[in-house]
Ligand binder design. Structure first.
Ligand SMILES: [Zn+2]
Length: 239
């Protein structure tokens, strides 16, 4: 059987992260672990290093109000250490956190650099679809994943025409209008653990197969594991 892939997960957000890490490796599940700042990325790299199944992405989260200009400079310095970038993005739905104008400025700089360097990006977009579409459209990244998309279908079609991939989770099956628009060759699976649930259970790595099964059923795609494996392989090989 082909391995399961989780393209958006937050290992550092679990208190028992050592135990979770061991579980992922034991289950042989390829897992992209997001971080929300260059500092957290560095800590994760120092604690775990890089292994076959667990990869850390360099992050700059729009809701992390601790981020400063210096962190962006650190981000740029660390960029050559990794192929994976996330979680990055724009979020205009919360009143707290980084100011809108600042988010846009930083996001644009990150997308510009990561597009040039062909990084795999996992992007969070909430209430900012129009401006995100404009920025991504301007720099045309070849390996951009829109994570847990919740905007309208018109903007979604815009991201599709720009070549974006979409990582989806079990909580999204109630929005079949979004799920069914995603081309089969642009679909990826994420857990966004610990922020998501599978059949009412808080996400834990042993639930990933159940997550796949739920989405496979909703999309009527019995070959989902193979489809996702092929899509992720294509993403890795995109130059
Ligand atoms: Zn996330």
């Amino acid at each position: 059987m082909q391995g399961l892939i989780d393209t958006h997960f937050h290992l550092d957000m679990y208190k028992n992260y050592n135990e979770i890490y061991k579980k992922i490796v034991a289950e042989k599940q390829y897992t992209l672990c997001m971080t929300n700042s260059p500092g957290v990325y560095l800590s994760c790299k120092n604690i775990f290093g890089d292994s076959k199944y667990v990869k850390f992405a360099l992050g700059f989260h729009p809701l992390n109000s601790n981020l400063k200009e210096k962190d962006l400079r650190d981000f740029m310095k660390m960029l050559s250490w990794t192929e994976y970038v996330g979680e990055i993005g724009l979020d205009f739905t919360k009143r707290t956190g980084i100011k809108k104008e600042q988010q846009i400025k930083w996001f644009e700089k990150i997308v510009e650099t990561c597009s040039k360097e062909n990084k795999i990006m996992s992007v969070h977009i909430r209430g900012a679809e129009e401006i995100a579409l404009k920025i991504i459209g301007q720099y045309c990244p070849r390996r951009c994943i829109v994570h847990w998309y919740t905007g309208n279908v018109e903007f979604q079609k815009g991201f599709i025409s720009l070549g974006c991939y979409f990582s989806v989770n079990a909580s999204m099956v109630k929005n079949m209008n979004i799920l069914s628009v995603i081309p089969k060759d642009r679909l990826l699976i994420e857990s966004d653990g610990p922020y998501s649930k599978v059949n009412g259970k808080r996400f834990f790595p042993t639930l990933l197969l159940e997550e796949y099964e739920l989405i496979a059923k909703s999309l009527n795609e019995p070959e989902l594991i193979r489809v996702i494996f092929d899509n992720f392989k294509n993403l890795l090989l995109t130059k």
